[in-house]
Design a protein around this ligand. Structure first.
Ligand SMILES: [Zn+2]
Length: 236
């Protein structure tokens, strides 16, 4: 029954196709991509927040700088007044009190400004750190995504090649045998039994001597007396 060699080949290709259809892109790769995407989004959010905080700190530093300039101007005005010689005793005292007040405000503003400048620099350093991490993640994501696309393409290409091979094989098999095969497939997912060492590959049971003889010398299809599969004697 060598004429069923092609049907046997078809059955094998169909089994191969079933396995292939379950093939997916490496799930670890997919998980890594998802994790990177989540990290990238989180970093983008953090960077935006840091940028806002930096902007606020910068504005605050500017405000305090201006306040400092104004207070220093006031300070020198008061000093001029106090040491200018035009004031009387009581007036001097009052101006000195105002000067002490201005000195205190200035010192406070300067302390605040210094603290804010430190804060602003810390934000900038943190921002740079996050930005670098974002660049690393983005580069990693791009590279892995390329691998992902390549894997997907390879799976698709293998499926296409197999489908083409099956089409060509079906054409070579011819209508009549193909019809028989499709008919038998309603009963068995793998309707062909390959006989090797007098055993049917479908049910793993022994083939009778009579059937073996038929297989060797008869042109008609021979079926397994146990499972009913169409037998194919592989003489190789
Ligand atoms: Zn069988």
């Amino acid at each position: 029954m060598l004429k069923f060699r092609k049907l046997w080949a078809l059955q094998q290709l169909e089994e191969q196709q079933e396995k292939q259809q379950q093939q997916k892109v490496d799930p670890e790769l997919v998980n890594r991509l998802k994790a990177l995407k989540a990290e990238i989004e989180a970093l983008q959010g953090q960077l935006k927040e840091l940028k806002d905080r930096y902007q606020k700190a910068k504005e605050e530093v500017n405000r305090l700088e201006l306040a400092g300039t104004n207070l220093r101007a006031k300070q020198s005005q008061l000093n001029e007044k106090i040491y200018g010689g035009s004031l009387q005793g009581k007036e001097i005292e009052s101006y000195q009190q105002r000067l002490a007040q201005v000195n205190q405000e200035l010192s406070q503003a300067e302390d605040e400004e210094l603290a804010l400048m430190q804060q602003r620099d810390d934000i900038r350093a943190l921002w740079a750190e996050k930005k670098q991490r974002l660049e690393e993640c983005t580069a990693q994501y791009k590279a892995l995504h390329q691998t992902y696309l390549r894997q997907r393409e390879e799976i698709k290409a293998r499926a296409t090649a197999l489908a083409r091979e099956m089409t060509e094989l079906c054409e070579a098999i011819g209508e009549e045998d193909l019809k028989l095969y499709r008919q038998l497939k309603k009963r068995h997912r793998n309707p062909l039994g390959r006989v090797a060492k007098d055993i049917c590959s479908g049910c793993h049971l022994g083939i009778s001597f009579e059937k073996l003889k038929q297989l060797k010398y008869q042109e008609e299809p021979v079926y397994c007396n146990h499972c009913g599969r169409l037998l194919f004697l592989d003489l190789d």
